[in-house]
Design a protein around this ligand. Sequence first.
Ligand code: KG4
Ligand code: ZN
Length: 384
Amino acid sequence: MPNVHILGIESSCDETAAAVVGAGERIVSNVVFSQIVTHQPFGGVVPELASREHLRAIVPVVRKALAEAGQTYQSIDALAVTQGPGLAGALLVGISYAKALAFALDKPLIAVNHLEGHIHAVLLEERQKGSFSDHPPNFPVLALVVSGGHTHLYLAQQSGESWAYCNIGHTRDDAAGEAFDKVAKVLGLGYPGGPIIDKLARHGDAGAVKFPLSQIKHRDRNEKGTPGQNGRRFDFSYSGIKTAVLRYVETRRLRDSIAARQAALSAIAKPGLEDYLALCDNETLDLVASFQRAMVEDLLAKTLAAAREYEVATLFVTGGVAANNQLRERFESAGANDGLPVYFPSRPLSTDNAAMIAAAAYPKFLAQQFAAMDFSAEAGMALR
Ligand code: KG4
Ligand code: ZN
């Protein structure tokens, strides 16, 4: 059904987004309103402020996505909205609006798991490039979803039009993106931390500070009866490295220089890389580079170990942290060494967007898996 147009709506965290996608493989419009400036003074996402900002932005963002697509409320075929996981209040804004629109327009509504959205960001773009039309990805696919809220490993198999997922790894504490954000905050580099650490890391010596890789030896007590329970699990843990950075800052007495940097940066309206570099000494740049390398090597080592254990044929790496330059380079070269094809979304589609939600909804549209009007937000929604 090449002419099916789905309007996707995403509001799970700090981006209000709407997009129109044709047949799950063509981005017709993709509008993302980022709330970064609202949350920046707090060094992280404030859930109440996120809900309020979504309420303000949702109507104009959806209108813009339709206008840029040359579509109208009446001309779209279906609506899709993120059901979870995410911030409950933030999710509810998107869900309530999507329900009201679907009801008023008498159009089908599809509830989408945000994590499946991130995986579909890869599929959508590969299909758009035409690379999966002749050679669809070989299964099993291993998907690493690595963002500010999640660090998950899924084994994916095809199941009719849709994919079925089995979780074989997750973080026991902080998500990888959360570690980037918290370390940036500790070092007075602002929010979000990932993009600025990515840029600064190439100016430091990644071998200067040794961070040990996390070793997880015991079973996760919260893990009950998941499909992967009999197979090996590949869990992550990133709260230790955050504490190690904090300890480094204390023992090296970096507090005063961090406070000075923070004050200087807050006085600059839109600080650029040169401003950051001028405010970071070599010790800080080395620390940033060493931290990023430790994160990337840990993500890579666990993902490759899982890929070998489960003999996967294809690797997807997606989510906000997949925008990281060093991570992409390391996964690409390691994948080439192992003969494992590795796919990423483009950088704009790595972070939260609604095109991935509309794309993930397309197989459900074909299978007529429509949401009942009484469904609600699921903050801790699992992907199966
Ligand atoms: O996928 P996303 O937009 O939202 C969630 O679903 O969480 O991911 C946002 C996260 C933030 O933690 C941000 O610091 C991180 O992705 N991030 C990066 C980069 N760009 C964004 N981390 C490392 N390197 C980057 N270039
Ligand atoms: Zn996300």
